[in-house]
Design a protein. Structure first.
Length: 97
């Protein structure tokens, strides 16, 4: 197996309303979510990117930066909420009364 083919295949994705980034890469077995995000180059390209345990997941399931990756995983970086969903529901219910 060639060195370029060694490791596991993963994707790191991040989306804004107007743009989407998807970086496919190969990482060594045992690589963590945080390491893969660093290897993707997205943090360097997007300095405003917030990466912590509350803002990452694998295939829409919460993960931590220390979570070990498996072949084929899609790491998702989530944007912070613009508003509290509970408060929005309260306001909508109050207007409906």
């Amino acid at each position: 197996m060639a060195e370029a083919d060694a490791g596991i295949a993963v994707e790191v994705v991040y989306a804004l309303p107007e743009r989407f980034w998807r970086v496919a890469l190969r990482v060594p077995p045992g690589c963590s979510v945080g390491e893969a995000i660093e290897r993707s180059g997205l943090r360097a390209a997007l300095p405003e990117l917030r990466v912590d345990d509350a803002h990452v997941g694998i295939f829409s399931r919460p993960a931590t930066l220390a979570t070990a990756l498996r072949d084929g995983d899609r790491i998702e970086i989530y944007r912070p909420l613009q508003c509290d969903p509970k408060e929005v529901r309260r306001q909508r219910a109050a207007r409906a009364r």
